[in-house]
Design a protein around this ligand. Structure first.
Ligand SMILES: NC(=O)c1ccc[n+]([C@@H]2O[C@H](COP(=O)([O-])OP(=O)(O)OC[C@H]3O[C@@H](n4cnc5c(N)ncnc54)[C@H](OP(=O)(O)O)[C@@H]3O)[C@@H](O)[C@H]2O)c1
Length: 264
């Protein structure tokens, strides 16, 4: 209550982040910068050199977990189910940040939810969270609203997505990010074997991504497969010494020709 007798209710959402890896670190930073969110604690099982967290309480003992509105589990997918059992019963919402793990994997003692940030995170790369789509799911309207408020405090792109939809989203994300990145790696290897720099391909890489963003990817497909340039394809296959990479080349070429209605 202030001096004029007006009562202010705090809308501050109290959050505990459990796990301090790629995602955990970025979430803690984003929540700390948000208005109306308080990071009351971070759980990190191997908390030792977390000097960057001097302004937040940190624990490595799950039994010491404090009271919060939302408990965000940011640990590897396969560990989520077992770990959620260890979180003491509480009145908050226990969410995880995975694209592929069902909401049901969170232990039944908890009110369950999902807080999936659809972006690729690495510890040492800065992320502008304000544009990261955050996919939320909960088991009640009230919890969904709490998660929406929390997500909107760090991002302008918040989406209510079911576990079934999220699994498909994650599958599509694997193609766009993980598979394409592996293909970049293969390209770099081919260049390095021939004493050429990957820098030569970077303008092409940028333009390919830009075109896919502003158009439909199938409409901007170029290359020997879509043109059905059989001689070029044969040449490439001869040049590729790595058997695994030849298989990948053939499979993707086949998929492109099938998509564009041509026979290989
Ligand atoms: N990385 C991404 O790009 C990305 C994007 C969207 C969503 N996600 C999801 O976010 C979650 C975390 O991914 P991440 O990339 O941040 O993982 P990560 O970098 O490997 O971090 C994992 C964190 O979990 C802790 N941990 C591992 N096993 C544990 C256990 N059994 N009990 C307690 N703590 C444990 C680790 O502790 P130590 O430091 O002690 O090893 C570390 O702090 C996953 O569900 C992932 O699918 C990731």
């Amino acid at each position: 209550m202030n001096s004029s007798g007006v009562v202010y209710f705090s809308t501050m959402i109290k959050v505990i982040v459990l796990g301090y890896g790629n995602v955990g670190r970025h979430l803690v930073k984003a929540f700390q910068a948000a208005q109306d969110v308080e990071v009351v604690q971070v759980y990190h099982r191997s908390a030792q050199d977390d000097s960057e967290l001097s302004d937040v309480e940190i624990t490595s003992d799950i039994s010491e977990i404090k009271v919060a509105d939302v408990y965000v589990i940011a640990i590897p997918d396969d560990e989520i189910e077992g770990f959620s059992k260890q979180i003491p019963k509480n009145d908050g919402i226990v969410v995880h940040t995975s694209g592929s793990v069902s909401i049901q994997k969170i232990h039944d003692t908890h009110q369950k939810g999902i807080f999936y940030p659809l972006q690729t995170f690495s510890k040492d790369r800065t992320v502008d969270f304000s544009t990261v789509p955050i996919c939320i799911e909960a088991q009640s309207e009230r919890d969904l609203e709490t998660l929406r408020t929390l997500a909107e405090s760090i991002s302008v792109s918040v989406h209510h997505i079911t576990s079934v939809e999220r699994r498909k989203l994650h599958l599509a994300a694997v193609f766009v990010n993980n598979f394409s990145n592996h293909l970049y790696h293969i390209s770099e290897e081919i260049l390095l074997e021939n004493n050429l720099s990957f820098d030569l391909l970077k303008p092409l890489l940028r333009e390919t991504t830009e075109k896919a963003i502003i158009s439909k990817p199938a409409e901007v497909q170029t290359g020997p497969a879509v043109r059905n340039d059989e001689q070029t394809i044969e040449q490439h296959l001869e040049l590729l010494r790595n058997k695994k990479y030849r298989k990948i080349y053939k499979a993707i070429t086949k998929s492109i020709t099938a998509t564009h209605g041509k026979k290989l």
